[in-house]
Design a protein around this ligand. Sequence first.
Ligand code: 3HC
Length: 330
Amino acid sequence: MYTTELTKTAKIENLEDPELLEAFEARVAADEFIEPNDWMPEAYRRTLTRQISQHAHSEIVGMLPEGNWISRAPSLRRKAILLAKVQDEAGHGLYLYCAAETLGTSREEMILALHSGKAKYSTIFNYPTLTWADIGAIGWLVDGAAIMNQVPLQRTSYGPYARAMVRICKEESFHQRQGYEIMIALANGTAQQKRMAQDALNRWWWPSLMMFGPPDDNSPNTAQSMRWRIKRETNDELRQKFVDISVPQAEFLGLTVPDPDLKWNEAKDEGRGGYDFGAVDWEEFYAVVRGEGPVAKERMKARRDAWDDGAWVRDAAAAYEAKRQQRLAA
Ligand code: 3HC
């Protein structure tokens, strides 16, 4: 499947005007932003539309596992914080759909692609949130992984995407802290609370490592996306950084990362040191990407129902706009 996709990309690229392509690549190499009205290769437009829309879908689907806990938050303070976080995710979805629309695909087309299963969203949101500790683990690990991936995207070569990422990263940073603060409270609470925190870490650790995508040598898009500076760091580089930052955070909590092969390696990263870690279960990752995640069906049903339930709002907005145009024309 990936070979076909790559061959298609290469063919389209060969059809591009070589002078325009050269000028485009020189601008990217000089770290200039590419803007919506600038010339760009079709494969660049297609990759960005895929990545940004997948990112937008992830933000919106990502509201579901946490939204699930708003009515069960353990205090008013926790509830207010969680509400704000879930609303932030909706805002991130909106910035990202807007950025993707500047590439020529409508929001409706993108949403229909999600609902038909053609477009992907992050694997992480296909796992259930079983206890309140999961809200802590999601903030700490899932938002932590998102920040690790998204901070470099503030320097991605497409201007509207890069600018959207600046605000998103600030908010993700707050999300990560609220999650870690929940984990601190649980890890220092009763024995039962500490067990809940450990259980959440056990269940979210490996899926969080999968968020960064397949290993570089099995990632069909990384090489081209690095060349066009859509991605600024590879999947494996970001995964390694995430492990290196998160392990001491787990130690501070007094929790154990569920990986018997985890070991500090002084020689790693040209002598700067880093953790060796165990093998990710890539079979599980690909199964979840195929839509076989534990709560994948539930998530898609919730999204489709929300779209159907919102039809009257879209109809009312369209009718209002039609009336406004009529008045302007009169
Ligand atoms: N979940 C689902 N699909 C994934 C995936 C994941 N965790 N990781 C990779 N894939 C898909 C890719 O989309 C690609 O699909 P394709 O068949 O359409 O080409 C395929 O697997 C191969 O992967 P590649 O590594 O070649 O793909 P990319 O170069 O696009 O890299 C990525 C994948 C690192 C996720 C990259 O797209 C990216 O950085 N995206 C922007 C960030 C993003 O989407 N984050 C979502 C996280 S959740 C979030 O932000 C919400 C927050 O509130 C927590």
